[in-house]
Design a protein around this ligand. Structure first.
Ligand code: ZN
Ligand code: FE
Length: 258
């Protein structure tokens, strides 16, 4: 009954990842957050995959920049956040929190996850263990809080945290190494984080990507998913504080971290 997703990472611009995926039973081919069109069309062509869908998580140019050109070339359907319909070029299908979007024989659960932007959504393919979360959750980090409040952002992250540990987190940027450099300043005694940080350094030294990552690993090592944990609260001088306040503090520290 259940199907699979074949997922291909396309590195574009300086540090963006566009995700190209194919559901084999239907032949549906989706592109998540096409920053640009050229490399995406080339990769699909090389594989003889016909792009049928674009899934957008939010309106930023490095996520929707390729929308119109890919749609013009393929006639694909563009799916994006209802709250941001005016800012998603070429949007055809608006989705919102709790919606289930059928992609061939697979199905994405839509999470409304404001914080980085006010209309941000994530697509969770539960059966395929694939979470496309744009710039909300990164490997060892989270997006900058451009259009949201700490309360919104923490609510969004804590909802993504309820997904299973074996979900793969397909975020949209290769920021992991600099995120790790910050994370180890927050949780200096988290052995799993220290080990992960070392293996990230080694992977980057070999020129390898560090995305996707496992959600279970993020829960254990990503400070932004851990602001309700006493050791993290203590580490930023806020023992017993409201997680929203701790989130705001950790986000601020990251913003000014050099
Ligand atoms: Zn963004
Ligand atoms: Fe981005």
């Amino acid at each position: 009954m259940s199907t699979t997703l074949e997922i291909v990472r396309i590195p574009v611009l300086s540090d963006n990842y566009v995700w190209l995926m194919r559901e084999p039973k239907s032949g549906c081919v989706g592109v998540v957050d096409p920053a640009v069109a050229g490399p995406v069309l080339a990769e699909a062509e090389k594989r003889h995959w016909k792009i049928t869908h674009i899934l957008n998580t939010h309106h930023h140019g490095d996520h929707v920049g390729g929308n119109r050109e890919i749609k013009a070339a393929t006639g694909c359907t563009i799916v994006g956040p209802r709250a941001d319909r005016a800012r998603i070029p070429g949007i055809d299908v608006e989705v919102d929190d709790g919606d289930r979007y059928r992609f061939g024989e697979a199905e994405a659960e839509v999470f409304f996850v404001p914080g980085h932007t006010s209309g941000h959504i994530a697509f969770a393919f539960r059966d395929q263990r694939a979470l496309f979360c744009g710039d909300t959750l990164f490997a060892l980090g989270c997006g900058k809080m451009f259009e949201g409040t700490p309360q919104q952002f923490w609510t969004s992250l804590s909802r993504l945290r309820t997904l299973p540990d074996d979900m793969q987190v397909y975020c949209a940027h290769e920021y992991t190494q600099s995120n790790a450099r910050f994370a180890v300043t927050v949780e200096t005694d988290n052995q799993q984080l220290l080990a992960r940080s070392a293996s990230i350094d080694a992977a980057r030294a070999r020129g390898e990507a560090t995305v996707p990552s496992l959600l279970g690993e993020e829960k254990a090592t990503n400070p932004f998913l851990r602001v309700d944990i006493p050791s993290v609260q203590k580490a930023v001088g806020l023992p017993g504080a409201d997680p929203i306040q701790v989130f705001a503090e950790v986000r601020h520290r990251k913003d000014v971290f050099r």
